[in-house]
Structures are given as C-alpha cells and as structure tokens.
Design a binder for this molecule. Structure first.
Ligand SMILES: [Zn+2]
Length: 336
C-alpha cells in the first residue's frame, strides 16, 4: 500500500501521518451525479478508509456527459448510480470499504446514514436536502462541504459546526422548488462540476488530515469566464440551525412529491412504507401494463405512463412534472 500512495505521501500537506488519518476516516457522499462521482473517485484513490455513497437515481444517457464513473454498460444493465459507483470503485481500490446505498436521503434516514461519518460531502442537485445535511451536520457536529454546479459556474464552502457559518446562514430564506435555477433550465458543462468536485475533494482531504488552512469562504467559479472569486460569509445571529432548531430534521418543510432536477419526472416518497417485494408488485402490475424488474428496481409502463419503483417503496413517475398526477398514479398502482 505504501507504493500506491507514495506520490501523495511525498506531498508535505499529507505525509505518512496524513495518509494514516485518511485510512482511518469514514466519509459519506450524498448524491452521486457529476460532483459525487468526482469526489468518490478522488477519495477512493486517495485511500480514505470507508466511503458510503447514497443516491436515489438510476443512470441515463444524458448523465454520461459529466458523471465520470458511469458507462453505457451500466445503463444497459439497469444499474442505480450508487451500485454502479460501488462496483467501479471497488475495482479501483479494493482496500477501501465502498458502500453504495440506493435511497432517497430524507429526514427519516439521514441521521442513520451519517452517524459514523467524519465528514459529509454534498453531491446533491437540490436545496432541500442540503438544508437537511446542514441540520444533521450541526446536530451531530460532523463537518460537511457544500458544492453546487450549474451552467458553466459553481460554488463551494466548508461548513464546520461551531467554527464557520452554516448553510442556512448563507441561504436564510428557504427556497422552494422552481425558485432556484436547475440543470433542467440552465444546462451544465462538465468542467464546472469537475472544478467544484475537485475543490471539495481537496478540502475533504485537508479536513481529514487535520490541516489548519481549511477554506472558510464561499468560493464561486466560472469556467467559461475563467473567474475564481472568494466571499467572506458572516454568521447569521438569528439562524435557527446555528441555534439548535433543526426544522428540516423535524420535517417542518419536508415534501413527499418532488420534481427531479434534470429529468421530466416526479419522485414520490412514502416514509410509511419500509420495504416492498418487487416480485410481488411485478405480478400485480403485469395485469395492467408492461413490467420488468431486477433486484434494484422495477420498471413499468401503464397506458402512456412510465414508473420506476424501488424496494424502499419510493417511485419515480417519468414524463411528467405534475406532482398530483404522480401522487395519484402511486396511490393507484402501489398504494399508500
Ligand atoms: Zn447558521
């Protein structure tokens, strides 16, 4: 193993002690799109001991333009992103414990996913779950690194509980969907998430090895303009999260039907369903439409509607952004 990491051990910011610390660390990556695949590949290659990757989506052709861990075989095999990432990364570095989890991160499960983490990394495409990470981070005193990329630009900031402003200090107004730009409306070119994912990976290594010069500013980049700007963020005196009021963990703002970024689709989440048998559901749905399934998901088309259902009871209704239509289909075919 010494030889595998020799070039980064030579780097004075890491050294032998830093490498040992990386090997003893546990990192949770939430969201495995462009940012998540960059961070996962960096940290698995760097020898972080344990990496948990959580993502709710399956891979589609329009992901391959920027999501570096995936290929056409993954799509043909119908793999969810978390599973494909785990399989590829285990071939890259078998000494790292890589755990891919297919799940929607929400208030019912986030604390379970992050409880043993030294660091949480944001590879998400939505603001709501970032507020949730923020609450879990502050409550359990686990640092996290915010990152986002869209169009040709991106931003990142380290959030260290008790030391830096938090995400809610940065965005005090809780934005609803449709207010913020998404990959749907603005598009994205790969160098933007590559730069942000790389900055997040560097900060992750710094935090894990105990470096003193961690980034305390909000960094904004634009790869098309070639710009790199730092902003000092002031902690907010009336930030609920910093005062220990974890409104997102308490599901005050939780939603059950959400439009998915980058897809004409709605996700339905039913926290009351713990797990369902895809085989049984397939048998039931075969009477009304076309059904195929594997151990990870079930795909069905009924009339002109397409749905993907996961073993945790979650469903993605495709080709619509109408949440009530999606909720109705879920209630009709899966049950609530
Ligand atoms: Zn705050």
């Amino acid at each position: 193993m010494v030889d595998r990491y020799s070039r980064q051990v030579l780097f004075t910011g890491i050294g032998k002690e830093g490498q040992r610390r990386l090997g003893n660390s546990c990192v949770v990556i939430i969201g495995c799109g462009a940012l998540g695949t960059i961070m996962a590949t960096s940290l698995v290659r760097a020898g972080v001991g344990k990496i948990r990757i959580i993502d709710r989506d399956f891979i589609e052709y329009h992901n391959l333009q920027r999501q570096v861990l995936f290929d056409e075989d993954d799509i043909r095999n119908g793999l969810p992103k978390a599973i494909a990432a785990e399989r590829h990364l285990k071939r890259v570095n078998s000494s790292v414990q890589v755990e891919g989890i297919v799940a929607d991160v929400n208030y019912t499960n986030i604390e379970r996913f992050v409880q043993d983490a030294d660091l949480i990394l944001d590879g998400l495409d939505n603001l709501e779950t970032r507020y949730l990470i923020n609450d879990a981070s502050l409550k359990h005193k686990i640092p996290w690194i915010y990152g986002g990329a869209i169009s040709s630009s991106g931003m990142t900031m380290d959030i260290i509980p008790g030391q830096t402003p938090c995400f809610r200090c940065l965005h005090p107004k809780v934005l609803g969907r449709g207010v913020a730009l998404t990959c749907d409306t603005a598009g994205v070119i790969s160098p933007a998430p590559f730069v942000i994912g790389s900055l997040q990976s560097a900060e992750a290594i710094k935090i894990l090895v105990g470096a003193e010069n961690i980034n305390r500013d909000l960094i904004l980049i634009d790869v098309w303009e070639g710009s790199f700007i730092r902003f000092k963020i002031i902690p907010s005196a009336d930030c609920p999260s910093c005062q220990g009021k974890f409104e997102f963990l308490d599901a005050k703002f939780g939603t059950r039907a959400t439009s998915l970024c980058g897809q004409d689709a709605v996700q339905i989440l039913n926290p009351r369903i713990g797990s369902i048998s895809l085989a049984e559901l397939a048998a039931r749905l075969k009477a009304v439409g076309e059904v195929s399934y594997n151990e990870f998901m079930l795909h069905c088309s009924i009339d002109s509607q397409e749905m993907v259902i996961f073993p945790d009871g979650r469903a993605i209704v495709k080709n619509t952004s109408d949440k009530s239509l999606a909720r109705g289909l879920y209630a009709k075919y899966i049950g609530t």
